[in-house]
Design a protein around this ligand. Structure first.
Ligand SMILES: [Zn+2]
Length: 120
């Protein structure tokens, strides 16, 4: 993978590029505080945990919500990628994902499952 290109990609992503539904807004708001080590791990790959490509939420229940999977773009190739498990969250390569509109070499990772407070 290419950390510098990945960092540049996330730096260039702003709010208008991100989904603004309640599920996603809750995710942006809560994820870093709930999963600090996971957040650091992704940051070491150049990925900003608050800027997912896609979230797959269940319905909020009794003040919390589960995301069965969340996907992120990584620039470069996946040759050196290793599956990981951090704070109970699996990190792997996504089997399928939405179209990305990126011309350069990239891949998509998936993290799952995550449980967050529902606060939006
Ligand atoms: Zn959304």
């Amino acid at each position: 993978m290419d950390k510098i290109k990945t960092e540049n990609y996330y730096r260039a992503l702003n709010n208008e590029n991100l989904c603004s539904c309640n599920y996603c807004r809750n995710y942006y708001k809560e994820v870093k505080e709930t999963y600090p080590e996971l957040s650091d791990y992704l940051a070491r790959m150049g990925i900003d945990i608050e800027k997912p490509l896609e979230t797959m939420p269940l319905e909020p229940f009794e003040g919390s919500i589960e995301y069965i999977a969340v996907q992120y773009i990584a620039m470069g190739n996946a040759t050196n990628f290793k599956n990981e498990n951090i704070e109970g969250v699996h990190i792997c390569i996504a089997d399928s994902h939405p179209t990305t509109d990126i011309d350069e070499e990239h891949y998509v990772i998936e993290i799952y499952p995550l449980r967050l407070n529902w606060t939006v």
